[in-house]
Design a protein around this ligand. Structure first.
Ligand code: CMP
Length: 143
């Protein structure tokens, strides 16, 4: 079953949005396959955002994502990667549709409440960066 990496960023955790965001994915029908509240070490943040290394906002990005606790999750289900991106809305909350997570809760592109993998390759890479096997459950074995 397809899996994706979703993370409530420090602004979302601080604003008590974890429950709402988890509920949205549960209500949609996706299954939570891993979750943890954590502080991201700088080295992990730099790896996670490696593709943005040359961007002018890279330092800001790493500083922000390591500034407070995040809630990291693995979600699974049919087409979860693309569907979760739709549910999050556009990266810039000013352009995100009402009804999406960023459209409902975000104001700026830096503090945009959530991160979600944008493709199967990044989903696999990001899940492996944040979770080991023992931290993930397998629903197919128990169903
Ligand atoms: P995210 O989905 O976590 O992936 C990369 C992040 O870079 C993105 O969300 C935004 O929060 C952030 N980002 C993109 N553009 C800018 C920008 N111009 N200034 C600051 N942060 C940005």
């Amino acid at each position: 079953m397809e899996k994706t990496f979703i993370m409530v960023k420090p602004d979302g955790v601080q604003r008590n949005l974890v429950g709402d965001i988890v509920s949205r994915f549960e209500n949609k029908g996706f299954k939570l396959a891993g979750a943890k509240l954590m502080m991201i070490p700088t080295e992990l943040a730099e790896k996670h955002y490696g593709e943005h290394k040359e961007k002018p906002f890279f330092g800001e990005l790493v500083d922000f994502i390591t500034s407070g606790p995040v809630f990291a999750m693995v979600w699974e289900g049919e087409n979860v990667i693309a569907t979760a991106r739709q549910m999050m809305g556009k990266t810039n909350p000013a352009e995100a549709m009402p009804g999406t997570i960023r459209g409902d809760f975000g104001l700026t592109v830096g503090k945009n409440v959530v991160h979600g993998s944008d493709a199967p390759e990044s989903a696999e890479r990001e899940i492996q960066l944040f979770f080991n096997q023992e931290e993930q459950v397998e629903y197919e074995k128990t169903n």
